[in-house]
Write a protein that binds this ligand. Structure first.
Ligand code: DX5
Ligand code: ZN
Length: 215
């Protein structure tokens, strides 16, 4: 099954962000994954709309923005204005998830929902056909460089089946602990997009790592 790699800027050298974006720009990766953390939903703080806006002119790659923030409805317009193409919110952070998904689409972006490792995929049933993507977290969100949780494979099987049964067109993205060792197996379980942070920017040759995992 064909899959794409979405390098995560979280593992790049923040003192050389432009260099990291340019590396992705010249790579086969069609998406750049951008992890936004608020220090409340997750125990870490990363970056927000101003940083995304600053790097937007450097590439025309798809900006895949993953919001790990509480009450994301407040910032949908800000991320659209900063240049997000795809915007994903966490199911666990949204009281009115259906409304949030519609608001993201009304703002002109592709809408995604991310689920934590403890969240079963069946909780997405009622919004499945509204979604452009589901991010299945394969680590507990907040940090790069963590180990892939093997139970994710079961969730991927279940989600791929749900997608088929409901005739949904969403893309399945896996986020956390993706490496050269496991990327092929993850793709075999139905993942369309694989986020790769540490396995790209922690590699001696990040461009070669993207090329290897894109194959
Ligand atoms: C984790 C983030 C991930 C992170 C993945 O909270 O959502 O996107 O950058 O990093 P790696 O690939 O290093 O696990
Ligand atoms: Zn992410």
């Amino acid at each position: 099954m064909a899959h794409l790699i979405a390098p995560s800027l979280l593992s790049a050298d923040f003192a050389r962000l432009a260099q990291a974006v340019e590396l992705v720009h010249h790579s086969p990766a069609p998406w750049l994954h951008l992890d936004v953390m608020d220090g409340l939903f997750v125990p870490n703080i990363s970056f927000g709309p101003p940083v995304i806006k600053a790097i937007r002119p450097l590439t025309n790659k798809v900006f895949d923005v993953h919001l790990m923030i509480m009450d994301p409805d407040r910032y949908i317009g800000a991320f659209r204005d900063a240049g997000a193409d795809r915007l994903s919110v966490h199911l666990e952070a949204c009281t009115h998830l259906h409304r949030t998904i519609q608001a993201i689409k009304a703002a002109g972006m592709k809408a995604g929902v991310a689920i934590n490792p403890h969240t079963p995929v069946h909780l997405l049933t009622e919004v499945l056909t509204d979604l452009d993507q589901v991010i299945v977290m394969s680590v507990n969100p907040g940090f790069g460089g963590q180990r892939f949780i093997p139970g994710t494979y079961r969730k991927l099987n279940a989600l791929a089946e749900m997608r088929q049964v409901h005739g949904a067109t969403l893309q399945i993205e896996v986020d956390g602990g993706v490496s050269l060792e496991n990327y092929a197996e993850i793709a075999d379980h139905g993942a369309d997009a694989l986020v790769a942070g540490n396995s790209v920017f922690g590699a001696p040759d990040p461009a070669a790592a993207i090329r290897s995992m894109s194959a």
